[in-house]
Write a protein that binds this ligand. Structure first.
Ligand code: NAD
Ligand code: UDP
Length: 318
């Protein structure tokens, strides 16, 4: 029998959050989307505003929130390096105070709570591919630390609330995910490359482009998040969610140029501080616990993403 749940999605007007809200509504739940619109926007959920089971609330998770819900997906936090480094103190506050507030809420209403953690908790890893039992190599003082350490502290809080207050927690470590509704100025590599390629503007490759990432299409990722939330109480994670197929950033640039038929040049700029050299998830645990693995290959995911950006950029240019 289907039971309608009341589900809170923080950061629900962002890239991942908006897809998650859509999927939860389609599954027949009530969705409360909370966002302060720092990197997300109403446009991402405009098509959901008339849905009778959807509610949008402007709220900053660094402040307490009093609502009645059964489940919480905690996604609020800027995810792109240029945005999370814009106001690093606020980034740490969002991760840490945001986690405390959402955990406090979960405790009061006895909700299940899932944290959108990140592969950044592994830092610039010396273990490859990364498994959940690897503790990571993060520079606590560098420009990425506000995000990496904020997310690490949030994980600590989740596990302390679990041990101390018996909270039902789920921690997902998300690896680079891309797809429609990334902001054109988001700054992350997939959207940057597509936007520049479609405008025939130079694609900027940081460093020599030999650093690697593994790119997961948004639909696969959202499926993994929902499966993790639905696991029995004893499953807490952390669980890696990402696509294990690894590419160099140069390969990604060439692939985007080919799929957009672009005349854009590739130019090189210095590698930003603490940019991880390699990243690939070991998803053995997700396969075992969730029966999950990505199904969308990079070429297909890029096709969908390019198809999203093409008309968007054309209308912006008019
Ligand atoms: P995004 O920037 O599009 O979404 C983040 C959302 O959180 C935005 O809508 C933003 O306005 C909102 N937000 C930020 N600070 C807030 C605050 N203080 N209060 C309320 N809302 C706030 O990024 P995304 O890619 O959708 O990422 C969603 C979550 O997943 C983030 O927590 C991110 O760290 C995590 N994650 C994403 C990826 C990825 O590749 N997309 C990888 C690892 C982890
Ligand atoms: N990158 C790049 N050009 C860009 C944006 C990013 O070469 O226009 C590189 C960046 O230095 C990093 C990789 O692409 O090595 C992924 O960057 P992103 O910001 O998407 O995410 P990260 O995994 O570093 O958090």
């Amino acid at each position: 029998m289907h039971t309608r749940k009341r589900i809170l999605v923080t950061g629900g007007a962002g890239f991942l959050g908006s897809h998650l809200c859509e999927r939860l509504l389609a599954a027949g739940h009530d969705v409360l989307c909370v966002d302060n619109f720092f990197t997300g926007s109403r446009d991402n959920v405009l098509h959901l505003l008339d849905h009778p089971h959807f509610e949008l609330l402007r709220h900053d998770v660094t402040f307490p929130l009093y609502v009645e819900v059964d489940e919480i997906y905690n996604l609020a936090c800027p995810a792109s390096p240029i945005h999370y480094q814009f106001d690093p103190v606020q980034t740490t506050k969002t991760s840490v105070h945001g986690a405390i507030n959402m955990l406090g809420l979960a405790k009061r209403v006895k909700a299940r709570i899932l944290q959108a953690s990140t592969s950044e908790v592994y830092g610039d890893p010396e273990v490859h591919p990364q498994r959940e039992d690897y503790w990571g190599r993060v520079n606590p003082l560098g420009p990425r630390a506000c995000y990496d350490e904020g997310k690490r502290c949030a994980e600590t809080l989740f596990f302390d609330y679990h041990r101390q207050h018996d909270l039902r927690i789920k921690v997902a470590r998300i690896f680079n995910t891309y797809g429609p509704r990334m902001h054109p100025n988001d700054g992350r590599v997939v959207s940057n490359f597509i936007v520049h390629a479609l405008r025939n503007k130079p694609i900027i490759l940081y460093g020599d482009g030999q650093q690697t990432r593994s790119f997961c299409y948004v639909d696969d990722l959202v499926d993994g998040l929902i499966r993790l939330m639905e696991t029995p109480d004893e499953v807490t994670g952390p669980v890696n969610l990402g696509n294990p197929v690894e590419f160099t950033i140069r390969q990604l640039a060439e692939q985007v140029l080919a799929q957009t038929d672009s005349r854009a040049q590739i130019i090189n700029e210095p590698l930003p501080a603490d940019d991880p050299r390699q990243r690939q998830p070991d998803i053995g645990l997700a396969r075992e616990l969730l029966g999950w693995e990505p199904t969308v290959a990079l070429t297909e995911g890029l096709e969908h993403t390019i198809a999203y950006f093409r008309p968007l950029l054309a209308s912006a240019a008019e």
